[in-house]
Design a protein around this ligand. Structure first.
Ligand code: PBG
Length: 327
């Protein structure tokens, strides 16, 4: 059957029928909110390049976490901005570090209401801003693994249920799995930033957490965005090393990879809609050039349509509110 018997517009005529046949439905349950926590401050600090986002003091963390649960958002991922940085990023595994304290506070107050994930990387904690230990401008892979193990275990000890290694250090998933299991944390899951690209979309984040490298760039460990086959290989290796969930990052300009990873491996797949994706929309909306709500819902639905099971996004709270209003 074809035109004139077949008319596709029959199913587009009313909101009711359009909703009925909608194939991809975005829900607050798909979203994970990235939260920045900073030591030694008492009031939230606005992040200029990310309007609406803040560096939070420890005393605000529980309040903000409770807001997420009331919005139906299932989880958050914590990023720490430590008081002290050094060559090897040792404050990343301090029991009294910002992330460790924040995880404990949230778990004490919210127990099982909110899934607590932590970013496991060194760049916020090293004086040079790289994601690993540096010797003569070289990132030392295997030495970095020893530190990442300690970081992951310290997050698990604090109560994190998911750790998310984001440094693109070879062998990091395997090293962390072994360390967690060795310390008795067999139930702590790993969400691997498997296909994390050296992206210019991270600019606002680096301002937010003060993690821009002081020399060079991250192309010696993060992936070249021109290499989709290599991205699949990274994902496959992380699965072999024991990743429970894998991630593609950034999201919007990488939907082909989200689709291919989900289709090929059928594993829980996350997409990280990163700071630059957030800031671009915010800037255009502030100028009155685009409708923020409409654009955000379209973009996040597209990320889900491509195959993402979960989306890390700074828009999580607004989206949850918008979806509730529209019900
Ligand atoms: C740290 C890390 C980065 C992001 C998450 N974890 C940035 C980087 O590699 O510089 C980016 C998040 C964002 O841009 O929203 N390894």
């Amino acid at each position: 059957m074809t035109f004139p018997e077949l008319r596709m517009r029959r199913l587009r005529r009313t909101p009711r029928i359009r909703n009925l046949i909608r194939e991809t439905v975005l829900s607050p349950k798909d979203l994970i909110y990235p939260m920045f926590i900073k030591g030694e401050i008492n009031n939230p600090e606005p992040i200029p390049a990310m309007p609406g986002q803040f560096r939070l003091p420890l005393n605000e963390v529980v309040k903000e976490a409770k807001k997420l649960t009331s919005l139906g958002i299932p989880g958050l991922i914590l990023f720490g901005i430590p008081v002290a940085k050094d060559e090897t990023g040792s404050s990343a595994y301090d029991k009294e570090g910002v992330v460790q304290q924040a995880v404990r506070a949230i778990k004490e107050q919210l127990e099982n209401e909110l899934l607590v994930m932590t970013d496991v990387c060194l760049c916020q904690y090293t004086s040079h801003g790289h994601c690993g230990v540096v010797k003569r401008d070289e990132i030392l892979n295997d030495r970095t693994l020893q530190i990442l193990k300690r970081v992951a275990v310290s997050h698990a000890e604090a109560g994190a249920e998911v750790v998310a290694p984001s440094g693109m250090i070879d062998g990091q998933v395997q090293a962390i799995r072994e360390a967690l299991d060795g310390a008795g944390f067999t139930n702590v899951a790993i969400m691997a930033y498997s296909a994390k690209h050296a992206s210019h979309f991270y600019g606002p984040f680096r301002e937010a957490v003060h993690s821009a490298p002081s020399f060079g760039h991250r192309r010696g460990y993060q992936m070249d965005y021109a290499n989709p086959d290599e991205a699949l290989r990274e994902v496959e290796l992380d699965i072999k090393e024991g990743a429970d969930m894998v991630m593609v990052k950034p999201a919007l300009a990488y939907l082909d990879l989200v689709y291919r990873v989900k289709t090929k491996y059928r594993l829980p797949t996350a997409a990280y809609s990163v700071s630059g994706e957030y800031s671009m929309i915010k800037a255009a909306a502030e100028k009155g050039w685009m409708d923020e709500k409409a654009i955000v819902l379209e973009v996040l639905t597209a990320i889900k349509r491509a195959g993402a099971d979960m989306i890390l996004t700074y828009f999580a709270r607004e989206v949850a509110r918008w979806l509730m209003e529209d019900e």
